[in-house]
Design a protein around this ligand. Structure first.
Ligand code: ZN
Length: 272
């Protein structure tokens, strides 16, 4: 048992006119929120965060899973899926279990799924069939997919191309402009985290400047990826405003406009 103490954000009063935001990717099921999960979630609408997608990473059998949070909070919806790092744990009957989870109220997407060759905590040869099986399930259920890919662009694109016509988002995008062009052509959305506020995020800026605005979404991926000026602290959806402001600055529009566009995109994408 690690006794990690998250570096909490300072308590700030809700702004009078907050940006209207949609956090398309969050992990409040994470242990780092064990002491204040419901409190943080309940406070979000006051800070302008009108919707949150709680994203699953495994076939959890315990309470407190994504659907549980969605059931407790009006503004929270959820996605369920097996993250590539958990692919080795996928056992017999788990696709059926996943299908059942995705039939629960407020399930809006299958994810996050994909390939991760950076950590490779599950071998590639297991990650790939687990990814494909979940793409097939999404197609069967006509649900959008949330894609995680890290150091695995070529294999990820190869699998995505085998499933034409799917609705999907590449989350926490860190790929090249060329990959972004391919994804846009395939109909995918691209979503960015607080990483775009880091000094060396030139590639992301280039993509945000270029991409069609109706394909852009914003996310925290909390508790990870806190944007500047809160880098290194535990992230929560209240920090999405910093990512929105940065994206607006890169694109040369107002933060209000950026919030309006990305929130509308997310509503359309998730069908809520
Ligand atoms: Zn995630």
């Amino acid at each position: 048992m690690s006794e990690e103490r998250p570096l909490l954000l300072p308590q700030v009063q809700p702004p009078e006119k907050p940006l209207k935001l949609f956090d398309t990717h969050a992990h409040y099921s994470s242990r780092t929120f064990k002491d204040d999960r419901d409190e943080v979630l309940a406070s979000l609408p006051l800070y302008g965060v009108e919707r949150v997608i709680e994203v699953g990473v495994d076939i959890t059998r315990r309470d407190g899973g994504p659907w549980d949070l969605a059931a407790r909070h009006d503004h929270v919806y959820f996605a369920a899926g097996v993250h590539p790092q958990e692919a080795s744990d996928m056992g017999e009957g788990d696709i059926d279990r996943l299908r059942d989870m995705l039939k629960k109220p407020k399930a809006v997407a299958l994810g996050e799924i994909g390939l991760d060759y950076y950590y490779e905590s599950s071998p590639r040869e297991i990650q790939k069939p687990v990814f494909r099986a979940q793409m097939e399930l999404a197609r069967e259920m006509d649900m959008p997919v949330i894609i995680h890919t890290r150091d695995a662009t070529r294999d990820t694109m190869e699998i995505l191309k085998d499933f034409p016509g799917m609705r999907g988002v590449c989350h926490c995008f860190s790929g090249s402009l060329e990959t972004a062009v391919d994804l846009i052509k395939m109909g995918y959305m691209i979503s960015f985290t607080g990483v775009i506020s880091f000094k060396n995020a030139k590639r992301a800026a280039e993509i945000i400047r270029w991409m069609p605005l109706d394909r852009l979404m914003l996310e925290t991926d909390c508790p990870y990826m806190s944007p500047e000026p809160h880098r290194g602290r535990r992230c929560d959806s209240r920090l999405l405003e910093f990512t929105c402001m940065k994206a607006a600055e890169i694109r040369g529009i107002s933060p209000e406009e950026m919030a309006e566009i990305t929130t509308a995109n997310a509503h359309r994408f998730f069908g809520i």
